[in-house]
Design a protein around this ligand. Structure first.
Ligand code: PMP
Length: 460
């Protein structure tokens, strides 16, 4: 049964409201409004149940690097499913796709991360990192090193450990905050830098790590967990001074450094990893989204030699794993996805199209009274909406200016996401020049509509 055709939009919406609890959603208001039912996708476009064509400025959810509907990935999944649909890797067994993918990831990271542990989601990869960091210090005879330092506006997933490591206060409030986590300020120059230069501010934001380590006592700190750029927190791109200083501090106090590359990994920033773009030398890395372009759930914790040697040579039994760790179908899809990214030069393409997109957005919107900043690297970026261009002032939180803009995008068949009053975007790497123009026109239209609405509401 082709349910997309059989059911009307209204029927889908009724069933959805009756049964489906959505992630990160105010269900009451969703039910009042009804979900938009997405039924198919190709390239950079989605179609809904009313057959409206939508420009996907978020690549699904930061993941569809190669674009939607690539037959090569469909074929890889089908081939693997008919050969071996599933076997686990718990009991001294392995499957060829999982082995081949771990090998491929070692190659892609220039042998910096020779070992991969597979999971299904970014959250699970992060959870694995937290567990492994603490385990490492137990192995090393320093069991007091338990605290994971994260950052305000950091996002590391929605498991108990991932949300505790992340710096989203609403998530902490909802389910209580687990012990053993501490947060420092985000390197968010636009929002927090005041009159400092980005370079000065970057050093101050990094110094917060040293201050916190000293406050907690280095002997209690397991490691620092951070995204190369903070994606879900509003595409916060640290000033150039930030990462070198963070790296120096981690080395000085001998704490582990984990880069959460769930968004940045596999080309999003115009290099293979955010760690290449920002010159981070992490001990551990989490990857997900771009690993399969979102075609099938798969994530990995990549482990560098410092931790891997301890784990393998001295660690004994590693009491951790998921049924689907190294799922052969997911790993086969990942291999096909990496083939496509390499074959089509999509990492360079993300860098080139990202430049074009930012230039075109700036040409069209830099002088717009509602736009405070347009920033980005590779094909991930943000447009700050501001109440005052000169002072970079924010609107009152309850004015929901970002949400208003998101709604205008959505109504006009275009997807950008709102984080506070920051509009964020991350389109597929295959976006072509014409689609870049379309992106800019649609973004400008939504921002114009938002501006008119904000003026009508007396917010300006
Ligand atoms: N880490 C980062 C940096 C993320 O952006 C996300 C998801 N947006 C996660 C972890 C969690 O991934 P998932 O939703 O697949 O659990």
């Amino acid at each position: 049964m082709d349910t997309a055709v059989t059911f009307t939009t209204k029927q889908w919406q009724e069933l959805d409201a009756a049964h489906f609890l959505h992630p990160f959603t105010d269900h009451k208001s969703l039910h009042a409004q009804g979900s938009r039912i997405i039924t198919r996708a190709k390239g950079v476009y989605l179609w809904d149940s009313e057959d409206r064509k939508i420009l996907d400025g978020m690549a699904g959810l930061w993941c569809a690097a190669v674009g939607h509907g690539r037959q090569e990935l469909v074929d890889a999944a089908a081939r693997q499913m008919s050969e071996l649909s599933f076997y686990n890797a718990f009991f001294k067994t392995a499957t060829p796709p999982a082995i081949a993918l771990a090998h491929r990831l070692a190659e892609l990271t220039g042998q910096r991360f020779k070992h991969a542990f597979f999971a299904c989601s970014g959250s699970e990869a992060v959870d694995s990192i937290i567990r492994t960091m603490r385990h490492y210090w137990n192995i090393k005879g320093q069991p007091s090193r338990q605290v994971i330092i994260g950052r305000t506006y950091g996002y590391h997933g929605s498991t108990i450990a991932g949300s505790a490591a992340g710096g989203m206060s609403d998530m902490h409030k909802q389910a209580g905050q687990a012990p053993g986590f501490s947060h420092i300020m985000a390197p968010y120059w636009y929002g927090l830098g005041g009159s400092e230069t980005p370079e000065e501010f970057g050093l101050r934001a990094a110094k917060a790590l040293e201050d916190r380590i000293l406050e907690l006592g280095a002997e209690n700190v397991a490691g620092f967990l951070a995204e190369p750029l903070q994606g879900a927190g509003g595409v916060i791109i640290p000033p150039a001074t930030y990462w070198p200083e963070i790296q120096r501090i981690c080395r000085k106090y001998d704490i582990l450094l984990a880069a959460d590359e769930v968004i940045c990994g596999f080309g999003r920033t115009g290099r293979w990893f955010g760690s290449d773009t920002f010159q981070i030398e992490a001990d551990l890395m989490s990857v997900a989204k771009g690993l399969t372009s979102g075609y099938i759930p798969l994530s990995a914790m990549l482990v560098g030699s410092r931790v891997a040697n301890a784990l393998i040579d001295e660690g004994g039994e590693y009491n951790h794993g998921f049924t689907y760790s190294g799922h052969p179908v997911a790993c086969a899809v990942a291999l096909a996805n990496l083939d496509l990214i390499e074959r089509d030069g999509l990492v360079d393409k993300a860098a080139i199209q990202g430049e074009k997109l930012r230039a075109a957005l700036r040409a069209r919107l830099a002088d717009h009274p509602l736009v405070g900043e347009i920033r980005g690297v590779g094909l991930v970026g943000a447009i700050e909406l501001t109440a005052d261009k000169k002072t970079r002032a924010f609107f009152p939180e309850d004015a929901g200016v970002g949400l208003r803009c998101r709604n205008h995008c959505f109504r006009n068949d275009f997807i950008m996401r709102a984080v506070r009053d920051t509009m964020v975007f991350a389109p597929p790497f295959i976006i072509d020049d014409e689609q870049v123009e379309e992106f800019v026109a649609r973004a400008a239209h939504a921002i114009d509509l938002t501006y008119a609405e904000v003026q009508d509401a007396g917010l300006l």
